[in-house]
Design a protein around this ligand. Sequence first.
Ligand SMILES: [Zn+2]
Length: 209
Amino acid sequence: MGSKEQKDDEDFMLEAVAEAHKAFSVGEVPVGAVIVRDGKILSRAHNQRESTSDPLGHAELRALQIASQNTGDWRFEGCSIYVTLEPCPMCTGALLETRMKRLIYGAADQRFGAAGSVINLADYPGLPRRLEVKAGVLEDQCRELLARFFRRERKKKHKERWLSWLKALDSKSSKGMMSLLRGFESLSLRSVIQRLLQMGCLFTFTRHD
Ligand SMILES: [Zn+2]
């Protein structure tokens, strides 16, 4: 493969990464997609499943819908789609149905990936169409953003658990603990417990039912 094609693929993937960042900033799983025809971007989209409560809100399907609105056509022969994460079976099916030529993705998805990781619908015996697949373009960037998102989500859950525990305590005790906890937001649950034990805090509270 020519280095020009590799450079173009990375440039378009960067556009998809920018879309993924938009999803990240509003608390959506950070996946972005860009559809390209003859070196021109037809559409950009990011995952919006939570904010729209749309079960079909994946970045790839949204990019297809926007591109079809822009072109007045549902067929994408000769087009390429750049996605930061390997598409799921639903989206890979839509790419086949709409005659997409190439799929270029960043990070592989070992749970739902349908372009080779779990199942390979892009080249599936018996299906009438094939998708050309190129994997691992700007993989580290795409993967890092997803990892950062899920770290943040885990931290949020830790904090919610702590807050609900504190609410169960009487208000006087919990007030002091709440302000203490705010200082611990960036720490893991285990290190918070260790710090509290060191300070003798955990034994000073009594529960009033
Ligand atoms: Zn999908």
